[in-house]
Write a protein that binds this ligand. Structure first.
Ligand code: NG1
Ligand code: MG
Length: 555
């Protein structure tokens, strides 16, 4: 076992499929798909790919919508992943002056094995050549070395490829023109369903970031910048994903990069990014079931995701004011930071899970300050600005200038209540898992205590679903129905996973009941009726924690 913390570990570069999945046996089900990708790449581009970047999706077991408040979350990578085969393309000297994007420095021909995602050709522009327009802000043009046009109004597959590329260009090609990015051919294939809460988007961004690093030689041992470890890759991928227009926290990129087969991850973001393994009870299975409601997070961000980001940030300021916690006028402070300052936590120190749980519990009774006149109704923009204690001008600058939102009322109390209770549920879930793994195995008393622990984990998941539905308002009728049917079919706990408003659920099911559970949900969830076995197998399946992102060097 490595003594490096997960964030400090190097990004793995493998030359054998067995190493990607941990064993020959685990790699076998993947071999055909990898070979098909290599063959298809050769057919389309006339040579073998140099690398395949792999990044998995994830299932969040508990801890929803609290990563951007900087509270810890508990996800695990899933088996399903994004693969990007890629190779540098040399451009003949006579083609250098052509105006074709694919011939320009860093020009990309991007194709996707799925025919619905059409081929794309694009090239980054050196910043000096990009005029500022209404769409492209002056700051975008001048702050960075390279610019890539990413469509934030529509969901487009290549936006995620470009997002991953953006950070690579602007972190690794800033050296004044001597080193230019290479032209690249790439071919993408994915098995993470899009818009389903399994974070296909983060998997795409992580895989793309890795592909562009690899193809430009940035992961070769002699070139790899010494700081290019897993933690750095997560930060780069988080920054990259924001380019698509969703102001997400770091959970998905962290799970995709730092996962370890055989355990879930407890990921914290404050005071810095850390990940530690959490072994799940051996007799517990997690089953993912897709509600089949597609949640298009980019398009609906202003009414859903980004709105919640703003509500929780403003809530944190109002709470800080009420608790007498000092924050700067233009400081965008999160709930986790307010809690730490309130508890007198020293800067840069994590107060630790037990203490944090105690402080959170104590503060829950004080969240009433976020209600207007003691009612739970939302507040208007004017009322919210007043509660913040800021002038309209400063409020707009701090909370609205960087994000587009659409709402007439804002629910500061309910959002805070969800965040505080959910943060505690994560700590309790983690502790319960640690208790199971530390109790001695094989005695009948430990078997019964494992069963009790599974019940407790299930209860926490059910409470999380209720809180997501009632307080955070990120569920939907289909997710409520599917989690209810899951409990009826034998799940001890069931909840939405990921951003919600559609997408998947995750259910905790005792191992011996998984088959009957899946059979019953297939028969009872209305949207599954009339689907064939293959479609059903895509929609509902048991999952085990999988391995994290890597690069495979094709030899
Ligand atoms: P999904 O929608 O599963 O990708 C999103 C955010 C996470 C987190 C969850 C809610 C992105 C990339 N990810 O996940 O950071 O906030 O919602 O817990 O937007
Ligand atoms: Mg996503």
């Amino acid at each position: 076992m490595s003594t490096l913390s997960i964030a400090n570990q190097p990004i793995p570069v493998y030359t054998n499929l067995r190493d990607v999945f941990g064993s020959v046996k685990a790699s076998l089900p993947h071999a055909v798909r990898w070979n098909t990708l290599v063959e298809e790449f050769e057919k389309r581009f006339g040579r073998k790919p140099a690398y395949i970047a792999r990044a998995p999706g994830r299932v969040n077991l508990i801890g929803e919508h609290i990563d951007y408040s900087l509270f810890g979350v508990l996800p695990a990578a899933v088996d399903r992943d994004i693969l990007i085969a890629c190779a540098p393309r040399s451009v003949a000297p006579e083609e250098h002056h052509a105006h074709l994007d694919e011939h320009k420095p860093g020009g990309v021909i991007a194709q996707n094995l799925h025919p619905k995602y059409t081929p794309q050709i694009f090239a980054p522009a050196p910043k000096a050549k990009v005029p500022a327009t209404d769409e492209i802000k002056d700051s975008d043009v001048h702050a960075e070395s390279w610019y890539l046009d990413i469509n934030k109004r529509e969901l487009r597959w290549e936006s995620y490829v470009k997002a991953g590329y953006y950070g690579v260009l602007n972190h690794h090609f800033t050296g004044g023109g001597s080193a230019l990015p290479t032209p690249v051919d790439l071919l993408v294939t994915g098995s993470v369903p899009a818009g389903s809460g399994l974070s296909s988007s983060a998997a795409m961004v992580v895989a793309s970031t890795l592909a562009f690093l690899a193809v430009n030689g940035k992961l070769e041992p002699e070139n790899a910048e010494s700081h290019l470890d897993k933690g750095t890759l997560v930060k780069l991928a988080v920054e990259n994903e924001k380019r698509v227009g969703v102001n997400s926290g770091g959970m998905d990129q962290a799970s995709s990069v730092m996962s370890d087969p055989s355990s879930a991850l407890y990921i914290t973001f404050f005071p810095s990014l850390t990940a530690s393994t959490v072994h799940l009870p051996g007799s517990a299975s997690f089953v993912i079931a897709n509600s089949l409601v597609v949640s298009d997070k980019v398009v609906s961000a202003k009414r859903h995701y980004n709105l919640r980001v703003v509500e929780t940030l403003v809530g944190a300021r109002v709470l800080a004011n009420a608790l007498g916690v000092r924050i700067g006028e233009r400081e965008k402070v999160t709930f986790r930071e307010v809690v730490g300052r309130f508890a007198g936590e020293e800067e840069g120190v994590d107060m630790g899970p037990e203490e944090l749980e105690r402080v959170l519990q104590g503060l829950e009774g004080r969240l009433g300050v976020l209600k207007r006149d003691g009612t739970e109704e939302g507040v208007t923009m004017e009322e919210m600005i007043k509660m913040s204690g800021l002038s309209k001008e400063v409020f707009d600058e701090v909370y609205l200038s960087w994000v587009e939102i659409e709402a007439t009322h804002f629910q500061l109390y309910k959002r805070a209540k969800h965040v505080f209770t959910e943060a505690r549920r994560v700590l309790q879930f983690r502790k319960t898992c640690l208790d199971v793994s530390s109790s001695t195995s094989s005695s009948s008393s430990s078997a019964s205590s494992e069963a009790q622990c599974i019940e407790r984990l299930g209860r926490l998941m059910n409470e999380s679903q209720q809180s997501c539905n009632e307080d955070f308002d990120c569920s939907c009728p289909e997710l409520n129905e599917l989690t209810r049917l899951a409990r009826e079919a034998g799940a001890v706990g069931s909840r939405l996973t990921g951003a919600g408003w559609g997408g998947c659920t995750v259910s905790l099911v005792p191992e011996d009941k998984v088959k009957s559970f899946i059979d019953q949900v297939k028969k009872t969830y209305p949207a599954y009726q009339g689907m064939n076995e293959q479609q059903l197998g895509e929609a509902i399946f048991a999952t085990k924690p999988g391995s994290g992102a890597c690069v495979f060097k094709v030899e």
